[in-house]
Design a protein around this ligand. Structure first.
Ligand SMILES: [Zn+2]
Length: 492
């Protein structure tokens, strides 16, 4: 080879390797995440689980459930649902307790009465200690994933609870109560100072007093005044500072509660449901003010947690799980204002669960179909929601629980959210449904529908995907379906 040819080849080779390097960078620039609880690592072994994640779905980020008292993100398969084709082939009905799956360091919880919340499920096992070193060896990132789900058995929990307008304790905790606020700040400080983590994600699947009383969510049929919160001393003081009178709010919720209860019993108001609800809102504007008081308190909680993390270690990413109700209720969607949320969000996991979405949408329609829209035939009501939420005509009400929502729903939701976030720092990571439990005769995940949902999210410009809700309920074939779309998008 003469010198000239050698130089040409060298240049061509350098160019080729530069192209390969940039392709590799592009390939790894999207976040491919999966939610996983401690039980999977305990049952199956850390390296075995990580092997499956990498081989089946090219996962590069672990969302490890570090704290919850719920079975949605921790524990094995929910009893009554078929066990997947991996993990221990038995239910943990008797052994699942919940709480913190990491060591609890008391110095971070001095300013709260919530001090005893260690999950007893696996003794001294600390899931982050077990997983992070192995994940790092593989270049995988680890994000602490925890949620706003508590148990009544936690000592002193009554001192952190929300209050209903009749003064009784609700089961939920209040963001304006220093015991809860300081617990949240303490826990993120504990995570950031104690572990080499890459991020923190927290989720709260709740809403304010107005939407709760109406039951404006999937599974909201229970609504009514039992869920009308919060009227604790801290929330009332905050309301007064905003010029909202708690006594007038109570009167409004009393009337709204009676309206909802009558609707659930099929007792139509003389002027109809929609007119009567408007009359209540006009008479008691505090109904909306109290809703927004709750939503603003949630945003302040996000902001405080974000700032706490950044003050300790700015490189740790902070983001939020946005509840599936964002796909059903226009009220809740209005409150998920991305032009606000981006200020304290490095990323947003916005739930876009297509498969269970059909069953959940039908449940939402039934709930608001007995109050806000009690006079509208339910198929018409569903069509109206398809319109105002900007979905294509999905399947009819009678069919969606059995059919689920389409991949086009995922595409539209991802595209809308991505556009709303343009020009901000915030990454969009749609939550993808893999085997989230549905009723026995309802739609089930398949490799094809999972593949199509992931492909739709990526085609819409999402910055990644987050496979949800937990590995311990996912079938391997469906996980591989997600992997197929990831590979097809050039991300493998
Ligand atoms: Zn409160």
């Amino acid at each position: 080879m003469d010198r000239r040819n050698f130089m040409q080849n060298a240049v061509a080779g350098a160019l080729a390797s530069a192209t390969l390097a940039s392709e590799a960078a592009a390939a790894t620039s999207k976040m491919i995440g999966i939610q996983v609880g401690a039980v999977s690592f305990v049952d199956e072994g850390v390296n075995k689980v990580l092997d499956v994640f990498q081989q089946a779905a090219y996962v590069n980020t672990l969302f490890v459930a570090t704290f919850t008292y719920g079975r949605g993100i921790a524990g094995r398969q929910v009893p009554g649902q078929p066990l997947p084709d991996h993990g221990k082939q038995e239910y943990d009905t008797d052994t699942f307790k919940g709480g913190s799956y990491t060591r609890v360091r008391p110095q971070y919880y001095r300013d709260t009465v919530l001090k005893e919340f260690r999950a007893p499920d696996f003794g001294d096992y600390d899931v982050l200690e077990a997983v992070i070193p192995e994940a790092r060896k593989r270049g995988m990132k680890t994000i602490c994933w925890f949620e706003d789900v508590w148990a009544g058995s936690v000592p002193n929990i009554a001192q952190a609870r929300e209050k209903r307008f009749d003064g009784s304790n609700a089961t939920t905790l209040c963001f304006n109560n220093p015991n809860y606020k300081n617990w949240l700040l303490g826990s993120v400080e504990d995570y950031v100072r104690s572990y080499e983590i890459d991020g923190i994600m927290w989720g709260s699947e709740r809403q304010g007093a107005f939407a709760n009383t109406l039951g404006a969510s999937h599974g909201g049929n229970g609504g009514g005044v039992a869920r009308t919160t919060c009227f604790c001393q801290y929330c009332e003081a905050k309301a007064k500072a905003r010029g909202v009178d708690p006594a007038r709010a109570r009167a409004g919720f009393q009337a709204l509660g009676e309206f909802v209860q009558a609707g659930r019993q099929g007792k139509r108001p003389i002027d109809g449901y929609y007119v009567t609800l408007w009359r209540l809102m006009l008479r008691h504007p505090e109904l909306l003010a109290w809703e927004m008081l709750w939503t603003d308190s949630l945003r302040e909680t996000y902001s405080a947690m974000y700032n706490k993390v950044k003050s300790i270690k700015p490189s740790v990413g902070v983001g939020w799980h946005i509840w599936h109700n964002n796909s059903f209720s226009p009220i809740y969607r209005a409150e998920q204002d991305l032009s606000e949320l981006h200020k304290y969000s490095d990323f947003l996991k916005m739930v876009m669960y297509h498969n269970c979405g059909g069953e959940r949408m039908a449940s939402y329609i039934r709930s608001v179909g007995s109050n806000i829209y009690g006079d509208v035939p339910q198929q018409e009501l569903l069509d109206f929601h398809y319109r105002v939420l900007d979905y294509k005509q999905e399947k009819p009400l009678a069919d969606i629980p059995k059919a689920g929502l389409s991949a086009d729903y995922v595409y539209r939701e991802a595209k809308r959210a991505r556009e709303a976030l343009n020009g901000t720092k915030t990454q969009l990571w749609p939550g993808i449904d893999i085997d989230i439990p549905t009723g026995q005769t309802q739609s089930k995940s398949s490799p094809e529908s999972t593949r199509d949902a992931v492909a739709a999210a990526l085609r819409a410009g999402a910055d990644g995907v987050l496979l949800s809700r937990k590995y311990s309920e996912m079938k391997l074939a469906n996980l591989r379906g997600a992997g197929e779309a990831i590979k097809a998008a050039g991300l493998a």
